[in-house]
Design a protein around this ligand. Structure first.
Ligand code: ZN
Length: 300
């Protein structure tokens, strides 16, 4: 059973919004692509693990701080006196290992995923001991993109290739999993220990001025012109919903800026009058402060 669902990827949400409104540099575009791909791979992995029997405890996306060292685990599987630590790699193309060094399909050196996994396992093992659990940890690098290939002369049992995914799952399903209360307690303690990192700290800096102003189509991200009918895909939006969606985007992208009629009017690219914007804001948000300082905040 899934004990901890994979939370939505806030960095990716921000990047998707920014991608509609600004031109990314090459390195920003690469960051976006990498995060988008990684998330796709995690979702594919989540769907794959639905093939596990119900007795397993599955914990997704855990970020820990162990005495100042941060480490992130894509997926943990808790079994009987054993914990499986899975690092999901949705890599594509022909990668190579030469003398312990990894290379991308274009021949550029890349981070050795073993080192990352080892660090993760070591820190997690220590943390587990501190919590009073002395289970064995088995770590795996899961490559789940069918377009992935690795040229290597050595066979490493901790790597699971796309063609081995089904067998790996079958093997797991033959293992005894009799989980007592203490296993659920461990799972809960781990969830309680997870930390959340601000997505704004994990993303490149961006400014309000860089963003194209306007309201976008929720289906294809094209900017609406004068009406809330998409010229690209034909989607017909309801005016208030479209403005509210833009307000949410504004708050998400610029949590430090105050929501005022003028700000939202500008953010929406003047698609509707200030009077309309004010009415929509007043209906859905709470007005706080006085005269020049007044602004809208979400209603609770
Ligand atoms: Zn559209």
């Amino acid at each position: 059973m899934i004990f901890r669902q994979r939370p939505e990827n806030k960095v990716l949400i921000l990047l998707r919004l920014l991608n509609c409104r600004m031109v990314f540099s090459e390195s920003q575009a690469l960051t976006f692509f990498t995060i988008e791909k990684g998330y796709e791979g995690e979702l594919i992995s989540d769907a794959w693990l639905k093939g596990l029997t119900d007795e397993w405890l599955i914990l997704n996306d855990l970020l820990f701080d162990y005495h100042g060292s941060r480490f992130q685990i894509d997926t943990l599987l808790i079994a009987y006196e054993k914990i499986y630590l899975l690092d999901i790699k949705y890599w594509e193309g022909d990668h190579t290992i030469k003398e312990d060094k990894w290379f991308t399909p274009t021949g550029k050196p890349e981070k050795n995923p073993f080192h990352q996994l080892e660090r993760c396992e070591t820190l997690f093992q220590r943390m587990l001991h501190d919590l009073g659990f002395h289970y064995t940890i088995e770590s795996y690098l899961i490559f789940n993109n069918p377009e992935f290939h690795l040229y290597t002369t050595s066979i490493n049992p901790i790597i699971i290739f796309p063609t081995q995914l089904n067998r790996f799952l079958k093997k797991l399903n033959t293992k005894p999993v009799k989980l007592k209360k203490s296993y659920h307690e461990l799972a809960q303690r781990l969830v309680d220990l997870t930390i959340e990192e601000s997505p704004y700290k994990r993303i490149f800096p961006y400014t309000y001025e860089q963003q194209t102003k306007g309201v976008t189509c929720p289906d294809c991200n094209t900017f609406f012109t004068d009406e809330f009918i998409c010229k690209n895909c034909g989607y017909i939006d309801e005016g208030e919903a479209a403005i509210l969606r833009s307000v949410k985007e504004f708050i998400l992208l610029f949590p430090g800026r105050k929501v005022t009629t003028n700000e939202i009017y500008e953010w929406c690219g003047g698609i509707r009058s200030k009077k309309v914007i004010r009415r929509v804001l007043a209906k859905n948000y709470k007005l706080v402060g006085h005269s020049l300082n007044s602004h809208f905040v979400p209603r609770n």
